[in-house]
Design a protein around this ligand. Structure first.
Ligand code: 5FU
Length: 262
């Protein structure tokens, strides 16, 4: 199975440029950690990005929660992604018809496609959402992941919905390279989807609004996911941000090493 292969082996044979770039970066930096930087000011976002930069393969943003957003913020984020060697993933969760998401991705205030290497989309509107995003993203070398399984209690992303989401990805592998999900989604060695898993925590099992946490060991080793996404467990302790990033990076990487040695 692909999940027992190293990130380097998967990079070497992956047909999707974005996935290849991600796997190469993970191997180079020895990290499968993504930090969700859910802070609401430009200053905080840049501070978190600079602090966690050395430890992550992907910095995940929610750019629309930043109260003083401006173009300089994305210019500085892009500069930090080069300085620290990470990819930017704007967790936009597009969910509209193809023609609308095309504009939401490329235009408006945020112009997400111009700076975010990776973004994501719900599959609820059907395959047109992928076609719309592809028109904007593929010429820029971008890739997307689909929301196949959410981490929250009672999420409707299960059963036939998840199966159909995987089938959609399979038909669009030039642009879609993986999923937000809770376990590995590959059916055979002929396909290799990157699974990025949110809902990761070492100290708590959930929050008061439906979030559910599992440990890096459960996510990477037991469930075969590839990237752990950690938010409050890292940026929520501003005085310990580097120590927490180190702790999660080690937990994620050790679980991966254990997996590939099996
Ligand atoms: F698609 C998803 C999902 O199913 N669960 C999530 O938690 C995305 N997320 C994001 O991961 C969410 O929007 C946050 O940005 C992050 C989790 O943050 P936490 O502080 O680690 O709970």
């Amino acid at each position: 199975m692909n999940t027992n292969k190293t990130y380097a082996e998967r990079a070497a044979r992956h047909p999707n440029a974005c996935a290849k770039q991600l796997f190469e970066l993970m191997e180079r930096k020895k990290t499968n950690l993504s930090v969700a930087a859910d802070v609401t000011t430009k200053k905080e976002l840049l501070a978190v990005a600079d602090a966690v930069g050395p430890f992550v393969c992907v910095l995940k943003t929610h750019i629309d929660i930043v109260e003083d957003f401006d173009q300089d913020l994305v210019d500085q984020l892009v500069a930090l992604s080069k300085k620290h060697d990470f990819l930017i993933f704007e967790d936009r969760k597009f969910a509209d018809i193809g023609n609308t998401v095309k504009h939401q991705y490329g235009k408006g205030i945020y112009k997400i496609a111009s700076w975010s290497h990776i973004t994501n989309a719900h599959t609820v509107p059907g395959e047109g959402i992928i076609s719309g995003l592809r028109e904007v993203g593929l010429p820029l070398g971008r890739g997307i992941i689909l929301l196949a399984e959410m981490s929250t209690k009672g999420a409707l992303t299960q059963g036939a919905y998840t199966t159909e989401s995987v089938a959609m990805a399979r038909r669009n592998q030039d642009f879609v390279f993986g999923f937000i999900a809770q376990h590995k989604m590959n059916e055979s060695d002929d396909e290799d989807f990157v699974v990025m898993a949110p809902g990761v925590g070492l100290d708590v099992v959930g929050d008061s609004l439906g979030q559910q946490y599992r440990t890096p060991h459960q996510v990477i080793l037991e469930s075969g996911c590839d990237v752990i996404i950690v938010g409050r467990g890292i940026y929520g302790k501003p005085d310990e941000i580097e120590a927490q990033a180190t702790r999660y990076r080690e937990a994620g990487w050790n679980a991966y090493l254990e997996r590939v040695r099996q």
